[in-house]
Structures are given as structure tokens and as C-alpha cells.
Design a protein around this ligand. Structure first.
Ligand SMILES: CCCCCCCC(=O)SCCNC(=O)CCNC(=O)[C@H](O)C(C)(C)COP(=O)(O)OP(=O)(O)OC[C@H]1O[C@@H](n2cnc3c(N)ncnc32)[C@H](O)[C@@H]1OP(=O)(O)O
Length: 240
């Protein structure tokens, strides 16, 4: 069962690339699992069967043409440059599948906040790509109708969540396990529900355990600046 799951994940997640990365393996393959990444006992039910492990970063019918175009653009760049698509599951623990021995498989009912809807199209539709050489992440984000705040536009908290996710992924890929310590966002122009925007994030500097990043959210033609943000992530200590 464990081997089967591993094969499945390998197939789904470009695991070869992940294993080559300096930091993601720390997160994905550590033998001792940090408690913070495990669901609480009370929430344990069953480990998802192989068929239930869905990679949400792959195209689905709800994606708009703009969403598909961005996906195709970065998939093409992945062939020539150092961009890589980041697999995405609906629970944090699912990303850690390989590190559990059969006897200790966690049972997951927690959900990653940005993947907490079962129906496509309604909430966060997104796919992220990471460029290791440039320590940058791009995210193609389609804001679904359940992210509304002002009528017809995306909620500021939803926008913050996608900024946190994109900059968090960028940081994890660069240095390993982190927590968000600070997030500053300037909202410049509302994001229309159903539209696709491009989130561009890069590591600005690393000082010890502190990783500083900046992010911009722009329309797909780059003409409209929707939001700009800075973030500080703190690398978790070895003992955490
Ligand atoms: C793929 C999906 C990715 C998604 C990623 C999403 C990640 C998240 O959302 S995490 C959830 C939200 N964040 C949290 O809940 C974090 C809560 N806060 C904490 O746990 C802790 O305060 C934590 C871990 C940030 C820092 O604690 P700790 O590890 O003890 O660090 P600490 O020793 O206090 O500080 C280390 C350095 O960072 C600085 N620092 C810590 N917090 C801040 C802050 N908020 N602002 C500025 N500087 C800070 C300290 O001043 C210190 O600096 P220096 O080394 O120069 O003296």
C-alpha cells in the first residue's frame, strides 16, 4: 500500500524534481514529522486512498482561457528554463505522504484553506510555478464566486490568502519549513470575481532565519496592478 501510494505520488507530482530540490525534501520526506504539520488525533479518520489523491494544480474544466494560457505558458517555460509546476493537494499532510511508514499513516480530515471546496470553480483556482535559480514563484489565480466581498469582487482576505500561499510556497521551496510572521498588502484595484490574475512573488533577501519577499498581483496583460505586498517568513528551528 505504501509503495503503491509512493508510485502514485511520483506519477502525479514530478517527484523527481522535488527530490532534487534543496529544501522541499526536508518538508516532504523528513522521517520525524513536525507536530504542526499533522492533523490532531481527534480529526483523524482515514488516509486518502490512492484514487482520492488529486493534484489540484492540473487543469480542470472550470479554468478560464486566461488561466489555461498562463498554465500553458509556464508549462512551456518548464521545458526550457528552471520553472517547475508545484503539485497541490487539499491537505497539508498529503504533501508529506512519503515520510510515513505504513503503520503510522495519518488519517486526514483537515483541509488546506485554499483547497477547502470540493466543487471546482467556486473558490480558489490556482496553479503555482517555482523558479529555483531566481527564487521566484508565479501563481495563476482565478477568483471564484464564493470569494466575494464587495459585490462582484474578491474579498481582501482571499487575496491575502493567495499572497500568503504564493509567498509561502516560494519560501518553502527556497529554505524549507517556515511560518508567516508578517504580511503587508496594499490593495490597488479590485479583482473581479471569475477573472484570472497573475501573482508574481520573489525572495528579496534572507537574513538568518528571516526571509523577506515581495509580491505583485497584476492582470494577465500586466496593465492593472491589483495588489502589492511584502512578507516576512521565519524559518522554523530544527527542533520544530
Ligand atoms: C504551499 C502553501 C504555503 C502556505 C504557507 C502559509 C504559512 C502560514 O500561513 S503560517 C500561519 C500564520 N503564521 C503564524 O501563525 C505564525 C505565528 N507566529 C509564530 O509562530 C512565531 O511568532 C514565529 C514562528 C513567526 C517566530 O517565532 P520564533 O521562531 O520564536 O522567532 P523569534 O526568535 O521570535 O524571531 C526570529 C527573528 O524574526 C523576527 N521576527 C519575528 N516575528 C516578526 C514579526 N512579526 N515582524 C518582524 N520581525 C519578526 C525577530 O525579531 C527575530 O529577528 P532577529 O533574529 O533579527 O532578532
Amino acid at each position: 500500500m505504501f509503495r503503491c501510494s509512493v508510485r502514485l505520488i511520483k506519477g502525479l507530482t514530478q517527484i523527481t524534481w522535488l527530490q532534487e530540490q534543496p529544501v522541499l525534501p526536508n518538508l516532504l520526506y523528513r522521517r520525524s514529522v513536525p507536530a504542526a504539520y499533522l492533523p490532531s488525533r481527534a480529526l483523524r479518520v482515514t488516509w486518502p486512498c490512492a484514487e482520492e489523491v488529486k493534484d489540484f494544480s492540473l487543469t480542470n474544466p472550470s479554468w478560464s482561457p486566461n488561466m489555461r494560457n498562463l498554465y500553458n505558458k509556464y508549462m512551456e517555460l518548464s521545458q526550457q528554463e528552471s520553472w517547475k509546476r508545484l503539485p497541490s493537494y487539499n491537505a497539508t499532510a498529503t504533501h508529506l505522504i512519503e515520510q510515513y511508514p505504513d503503520s503510522a499513516k495519518p488519517q486526514v480530515t483537515t483541509r488546506l484553506f485554499t483547497r477547502n471546496l470540493d466543487v471546482e470553480d467556486l473558490g480558489f483556482e490556482y496553479v503555482m510555478f517555482y523558479n529555483q535559480a531566481e527564487q521566484r514563484t508565479v501563481c495563476s489565480f482565478q477568483a471564484g464566486p464564493y470569494l466575494e466581498s464587495p459585490i462582484g469582487f474578491a474579498h481582501g482576505g482571499a487575496i491575502a490568502a493567495i499572497v500568503d500561499t504564493t509567498s509561502g510556497a516560494c519560501t518553502i521551496c527556497t529554505v524549507g519549513k517556515v511560518k508567516t510572521a508578517n504580511l503587508n498588502i496594499n490593495y490597488r484595484s479590485p479583482i473581479t470575481l471569475g477573472s484570472t490574475v497573475e501573482v508574481q512573488c520573489r525572495v528579496d533577501k534572507i537574513e538568518g532565519r528571516k526571509i523577506f519577499l515581495s509580491t505583485e498581483i497584476r492582470s494577465v496583460n500586466s496593465q492593472v496592478l491589483h495588489a502589492e505586498a511584502t512578507a516576512l517568513f521565519i524559518q522554523m528551528k530544527m527542533s520544530e
